[in-house]
Design a protein around this ligand. Structure first.
Ligand code: ADP
Ligand code: ZN
Ligand code: ZN
Length: 744
């Protein structure tokens, strides 16, 4: 009997491939999905290698049940990328490979992708006179006008309005529009011909500033792999640089991957880029899509039909046969790091992918991560700077500190800030009150005995939610009604400490009873439409005061906003997380960037007990360079990243003794290995310590940190250490290894 062997990646927590046989004559290649028996189940796997022989004995080896042909195989390039990630992040190969696929491709049911529908005018639709078409049917008019130019698919029409779907139905019912199945990508063929004139695929809105032009030229002239750090202040026109770079890549017949942070801005960005590239096939890949949409979009990228792929971190693994450029926007954002499973940094994987594919990668930010900044200073990345705002009349906001120890406070808000808010209301301008959520959500306190509303399952405090009068633990979800009296001493005088959005909102309502106040946080924007409506309200200037958290800091353009008040930044200055100050700086630059983007100058007021802190000084003088230099000097002294590479081993379990036994054993094995590493001592093994949140949902949590100044040595060490970790874990423990951790 003639057979060949395939090595298959399966979604199981073992760092190995599994061998199966295929009958001679059955065509199977690496990257193909197969259904195989595994134990008593059947599973979908991905063929990683074909081999002539196997170590598995002939009695035990089983045949592949089915080779799936419903989708093109993964390419060797992406398989290599996934192998690299599995090895670098120490995560089982099978789980790595399968987690990169859309859910539908992980199931053993055949993948059925919906055809792409295109829309065009019918004869009667083409005969319509748009001049006499009812003016109030704005969206319908736009659709008709657009289709009069050329047929479009739904994705292209979506750029016109969020309600395109329902309006299209109406137009179809009227008999003016019809749909048909269209071959994908009518614009550019796979051979990258210069099919269409530039003005057709590209809405060239602006003449670039000389700094922008320099940046564009630097990237377009790069041959092969190069990593660029585009450091531009907020409003300097980074997005415009991206647009020009994308245009260049598309013209050469390439595909562009644009990675953005995991925030609810994705739909807006999508619409923005669609409007700049009206006839280009742009798709998005993010967790907000349905499984069907995600599969469809993923396949569009794989076919090369999607010319622009805009996505959050998971999109970094999308197949793109003609990938020509990768852009990582807001590269400093910590949401590029996945916090469970395969704990990858999409930014770092993007850089690896660019080098593997020999294409340029651009990291953009107003406040680059210190890692990237350090790399740019050392010459590994090329620094591109945008130092001025793109619109001449737009000036950077003035930043002032209010010393909370020397001013009159009204329930956590200083009188100075309240006065400024009052002035804005008179001038019909908007104010944004920004609350740094981290660690400052309001908890309940007893004025008699000092009792705090702790969670009984966690080491954390329960957060007060005024609206439904509940205390809720944000770590484990446990909740109770707000008690009428102190559970510890019976005192009825319980009051909130710390400020949350709801509390600030109620204080402001008291002070400005006639003002229109809008609270924007995760609670108030749980539903997608709510947030859309809120944005429209803000744009229509139907809001006087905005109260919000991180969500409001990023990317929004609110023309009437001239004042930003920052309530409680200080906790980050003395946090145990060495990145807290870096994150705070980035966040405050972002939020300050919201003020005065149009013709009105903006003002930022920061309430702090430490007005002379270097962070606030740098913020006032818009001095990222100075700030970064001082932070890097501190990091170097303390031996922190980017001067060392870190790996965190975490464990949690119900039994404290088991958690510590596991970590201590792992540590002993590490110390022994460390001695044998070359050069000895090049890997530093720290002590086993409790996690920042030492108890969560009744589980004890502890961790062990390993550092090395040499990435290659660290990788060698981890490979050698892995068997000791696998050997000593028990089902009762949850353990994870986090390479280049972001959270402490
Ligand atoms: P960033 O992404 O750096 O914050 P944007 O790309 O959003 O900045 O640009 C800020 C504003 O300046 C936008 O309204 C944009 O349309 C405008 N803009 C960008 N580049 C130019 C340019 N070269 N000429 C005129 N306006 C520009
Ligand atoms: Zn009490
Ligand atoms: Zn809890």
């Amino acid at each position: 009997m003639n057979m060949s062997i395939v090595r298959v990646a399966l979604d199981v927590p073992l760092s190995t491939l599994f061998d199966y046989t295929v009958d001679e004559g059955v065509a199977v290649a690496p990257g193909q999905r197969v259904i195989v028996p595994f134990g008593r189940r059947q599973m979908v796997g991905v063929v990683m290698e074909c081999a002539a022989a196997t170590d598995v004995s002939p009695e035990r080896i089983k045949p592949v049940m089915q080779v799936l042909h419903d989708s093109a195989p993964l390419t060797p390039g992406v398989l290599d990328l996934l192998r690299f990630c599995s090895d670098y992040y120490r995560y089982p190969i099978g789980q790595t490979v399968l987690s990169a696929l859309p859910a539908r491709m992980r199931s053993d049911k055949p993948v059925i992708s919906k055809p792409i529908l295109s829309y065009r005018l019918t004869v009667s639709g083409a005969a319509l006179d748009l001049d006499t078409f009812p003016k109030r049917k704005v969206v319908q008019r736009r659709i008709l006008a657009r289709l009069a130019e050329q047929p479009c698919n739904l994705a292209q029409l979506k750029a016109l309005s969020a309600t395109v779907g329902t309006q299209l139905k109406t137009l179809e019912q009227e008999g003016w529009v019809e749909h048909y199945e269209a071959p994908p990508s009518p614009i550019l063929s796979h051979h990258g011909e210069r099919g269409l004139a530039v003005e057709h695929i590209f809405d060239n809105a602006h003449t670039l500033t000389s700094e922008q032009q320099f940046a564009v030229d630097a990237v377009t002239q790069a041959s092969g792999y190069a990593c660029f750090l585009l450091h531009g202040i907020t409003g300097s026109g980074k997005t415009e640089v991206y647009v020009h770079l994308m245009h260049d890549a598309l013209q050469r017949g390439g595909q562009v991957l644009l990675l953005v942070p995991e925030i609810n801005l994705t739909p807006q960005l999508e619409n923005y880029f669609r409007s700049r590239f009206p006839v280009v096939n742009l798709i998005s890949l993010h967790s907000g899509l349905s499984e069907g949409e995600r599969l469809h979009n993923w396949q569009q990228a794989q076919l090369g039909a999607a010319q622009i792929v805009l996505g959050t971190r998971l999109a970094v693994f999308a197949e793109m046969p003609r990938l020509a450029l990768i852009i990582v926007d807001e590269e400093h954002d910590s949401s590029f790091k996945q916090q469970d499973g395969l704990r990858y940094s999409a930014r770092d994987v993007a850089i690896f992918r660019a080098s593997q594919r020999g294409v340029p990668v651009v990291l953009g930010s107003a406040t680059p991560s210190l890692e990237s900044y350090h790399n740019a200073q050392g010459g590994r990345y090329q620094m591109l700077k945008l130092t001025g705002r793109a619109l001449a009349e737009a000036r950077l906001p003035t930043v002032r500190c209010i010393n909370i120890n020397q001013t009159l406070m009204y329930h956590g808000i200083s009188e100075n800030l309240l006065r400024e808010i009052g002035l804005r209301i008179e001038r019909r301008e908007q104010s944004l009150i920004f609350i740094n959520r981290r660690g400052y959500a309001p908890v309940l306190m007893c004025s008699g005995c000092g009792w705090l509303s702790g969670c009984k399952h966690c080491a954390g405090k329960m957060v007060l939610h005024l609206k439904d009068q509940r205390l809720r633990c944000h770590h484990c979800g446990y909740q109770i009604r707000v008690p009428h009296a102190c559970p510890s001493c019976g005192n009825a005088d319980l009051h909130p400490v710390g400020s949350g959005t709801q509390r600030v909102e109620s204080v402001l309502r008291e002070r400005f009873p006639d003002a229109r106040i809008l609270r924007v946080d995760r609670d108030s924007t749980r539903n997608k439409r709510a947030w859309q409506t809120m944005r429209e309200q803000i744009h229509a200037n139907e809001v006087d005061i905005l109260v919000g958290t991180q969500m409001l800091a990023k990317g929004h353009d609110f023309p009437a906003l001239t004042l930003v008040g920052v309530l409680n930044p200080d906790s980050a200055l003395y946090s145990s997380d060495f990145r807290a100050a870096e994150k705070l700086f980035a966040q405050l630059v972002q939020v300050a960037g919201r003020a005065g983007r149009a013709d009105k100058p903006g003002e930022v007021l920061i309430q702090t007990a430490f007005p002379d802190h270097p962070l606030f000084r740098a913020l006032q003088t818009h001095d990222f360079e100075g700030w970064a230099a001082s932070q890097l000097a501190e990091r170097q002294m303390a031996g922190f990243p980017p001067f060392v590479y870190q790996v965190m081993l975490r464990a949690e379990g119900k039994q404290e003794s088991e958690v510590y036994r596991y970590l201590n054993d792992a540590r002993m094995a590490a110390v022994a290995l460390g001695h044998s590493m070359d050069p000895a001592g090049s890997v530093e093994i720290l002590g086993v310590v409790p996690a920042a949140l030492p108890r969560r949902a009744n589980h004890l949590r502890a961790q062990l940190l390993i550092q090395s100044a040499n990435r290659r040595v660290m990788q060698q060490f981890l490979r050698a250490w892995q068997p000791a970790l696998d050997g000593s874990t028990t089902p009762k423990l949850r353990c994870s290894l986090d390479v280049d951790p972001m959270e402490f």
